[in-house]
Design a protein around this ligand. Structure first.
Ligand SMILES: *Cc1c(COP(=O)(O)O)cnc(C)c1O
Length: 397
């Protein structure tokens, strides 16, 4: 039986993936392809990773039985509390893994791209932890929109470099980071923040995030005697929290995997980030995947109320899962996500990130059976979104 988990030797999941990179990056990427699995599977590496995930990031995160929410939707609902991770979301699982890998590769300088700043903060955090130089590329427009995260990165010792080309957002920041890597091939490691980019990044990031589903399995087994839920729901920007939440269930066909994309103002509104529905195969940032693009292949600027889902592509693993029908793609609008966020706050006393609220919104739109066991990946906490929530409270949104 073939496995959904692993790409082939060239980094392909079905027809998606690969490493479409300029000649100048070949050396860096080939080095990483050759080294990552051996390093990650090394016993001393695993031990150090486990220690930091436990003592620094705060793992394992709880699997919480949300009784009042479950009553509301008529089934059993568990929340995987990635919102309780250090720095407020799942992203630190990946940056801890990659900083240890960079260390093993002898790299002294770390670069990253960031949109809303969450990945930038998670990267700046682990660079401080390890005393490594950190340069974060961020669109000029995002720097203005996300002042608190820019301040966090600076306080953590990172240099934030504005990307001033194009739309001055995430896509442009990523282009700047790639350019930096080309110019600094020997001493620099590029920490990509999701299951996107050239092979081996999608596989490497999925493995670092897979701790989420490893814990879910163990925790469900303890709580219910059965390690398999009937459904796992996660939101998808690039797809890293979903990849992590799905990973150890990918080869259990009985577990239904529901990926929720941001429909923004509506899938057909022209203002959305519903990549799988609207996207066509194309190449972005080093891999072949589904991509929102115009007839002549120009990348379409996405829209979502949540900055973390505002990406025109998805990781190649997800494109493959959707194309083969292994995962089902749902979507939630800005409005549905807002309603779901306030609903969770009132019912369970948990203020979720706007991204995670898309996964919670899907809980409301699906039909459940009383004996279903549904796990929702609560990818992050809502502190960063209070400005949006305040606008809602003041009836301005
Ligand atoms: C960044 C982010 C996401 C989206 O990224 P994925 O790679 O799709 O997981 C989702 N939730 C939160 C809280 C985030 O910060």
């Amino acid at each position: 039986m073939s496995s959904y988990k692993y790409p082939d030797a060239h980094g392909y999941y079905g027809r998606f993936g690969g490493a479409y990179i300029p000649e100048m990056l070949q050396k860096n990427v080939t080095e990483l392809q050759a080294a990552y699995l051996e390093i990650m599977q090394d016993e001393a590496f695993q031990k150090e990773l486990d220690r930091l995930l436990h003592d620094y990031a705060g793992r394992p995160t709880p699997l919480y039985l949300a009784e009042r929410l479950g009553q509301q939707v008529g089934t059993t609902v568990y929340l995987k509390r990635e919102d309780l991770c250090h720095t407020g979301a799942h992203k630190v699982n990946n940056t801890i893994g990659q900083i240890l890998l960079a260390e093993r590769l002898g790299k002294k300088r770390i670069i990253a791209e960031t949109g809303a700043g969450q990945h930038g903060v998670a990267t700046a955090t682990v660079c401080a932890l390890k005393g490594l130089e950190c340069i974060v590329y961020m669109g000029e427009k995002d720097i203005q929109r996300q002042a608190p995260n820019v301040a966090r990165m600076k306080m953590l010792g990172a240099t934030v470099v504005p990307a001033t080309s194009g739309s001055k957002t995430l896509k442009d920041a990523t282009n700047e980071a790639i350019r930096d890597w080309i110019n600094n091939p020997n001493d620099t490691h590029y920490i990509i923040g999701s299951v996107v980019g050239p092979h081996p990044y999608p596989d490497m990031v999925a493995r670092f995030q897979s701790v989420i589903s490893a814990e879910i399995k163990e925790q469900l087994k303890t709580k219910t005697g059965n390690e398999l839920p009937t459904h796992v729901i996660a939101c998808v920007g690039g797809g890293s929290n979903a990849a992590g939440a799905f990973y150890h269930f990918l080869d259990d066909a009985a577990v239904k995997l529901l990926a929720v994309e941001a429909a923004g103002c509506g899938v057909d509104s022209g203002k959305s980030a519903a990549t799988s529905v609207l996207g066509r195969p194309g190449i972005l940032h080093g891999s072949k995947s589904l991509l929102m693009q115009t007839e002549d292949g120009q990348v379409v600027e996405p829209h979502s109320i949540s900055a973390g889902l505002d990406y025109p592509g998805i990781g190649p693993l997800h494109a493959h899962l959707f194309e083969t029908g292994r995962a089902t793609v749902l979507n939630a609008t800005d409005e549905e996500a807002l309603v779901a966020a306030f609903n969770l706050a009132k019912l369970e006393g948990i203020i979720p990130a706007l991204e995670s609220s898309h996964a919670l919104a899907a809980l409301q739109t699906q039909q459940w059976k009383p004996d279903d066991v549904v796990v929702v990946c609560l990818s992050g906490r809502g502190d960063k979104d209070m400005e949006t929530y305040m606008a809602r409270l003041e009836n301005k949104l």
